[in-house]
Ligand binder design. Sequence first.
Ligand SMILES: [Zn+2]
Length: 325
Amino acid sequence: MMIGLPRRRTRTSMALAATALTASLVLTACGGSSSAKGTDGKLNVVASFYPMEFLAQQIGKDHVSVTDLTAPGVEPHDLELTAKQVASVQKADAIIYLKGLQPTVDQAVDQSSGKARIDATAASPLVDHHLDEGAEQGGQQAKGPAGDPHIWLDPARYAAIAKSVGDGFAKADPSHAEDYKKNTDELLTRLTTLDQDFKNGLKDVKTKTFVTSHAAFGYLADHYGLTQVAINGVDPESEPTPARLAEVQKAAKDNGVTTIFFETLVSPKLADTVAKDLGLKTAVLDPLEGVKDPSKDDYLTVMKQNLANLQAALGAPATTPAATS
Ligand SMILES: [Zn+2]
């Protein structure tokens, strides 16, 4: 081990503190420090995948250094952790994860002791949307008893998770509790606006039914009074049975569906095939399980694009009458 003592920044300048944290600044805690902080004086946070990472950064800002276990552009459902990543979970001052989404992460968290563990499902319990039926017919095992994990795609549920992250950071790092509270409140304001945009934008649509390849949008559908018809189950890479495909085709015809949605991290081949058979369009509905270019997109911009794509597919009025009756 090279790093023994915590290194202190003796010349911390205000300008440095104001600079956004970049990946290159993330220092790994490799010493035997037993204090609540990492070697760089920041709260050392491990996030399991993008939506958790976004919360950590928005709420922690320059008081935290965040490591994401799922690399940008990687599909998180079946993530395998390296030994180094397991160690990073064990050394973290705080871990933010979503129990039931990534079994290897759950395992690593179970094996870590005495650190701040923020489980998103404690703030927003999972619901069983019965989305694995298609996959089960295809001979695959259900993903466990936890229910549909995609809670972050409902902005109201995501806001509840944000609150729990703010509370968790304040407990793990009380000297910055006020900042965490302020940052959380700012994010909650933006999520409330997003929620209102979805409500207004989806209010006068021609059809309430949308077809998607990956069953990630059950919570979003519930929250805005829509119906999700998923070609696949919760696992985005499972293969639907012919019977399931026939059901999807019938639902699409019966409900005036114009568009088959596919997602960004998985091949659009299946959605293309279904759309072609029915003479429909395809478009992206992004489940935000990863963001390919985090310098360009974030949770809020991708969700706004999702809203625009849903409005187009569901036949919303050309100009959205925001906030008018
Ligand atoms: Zn998913």
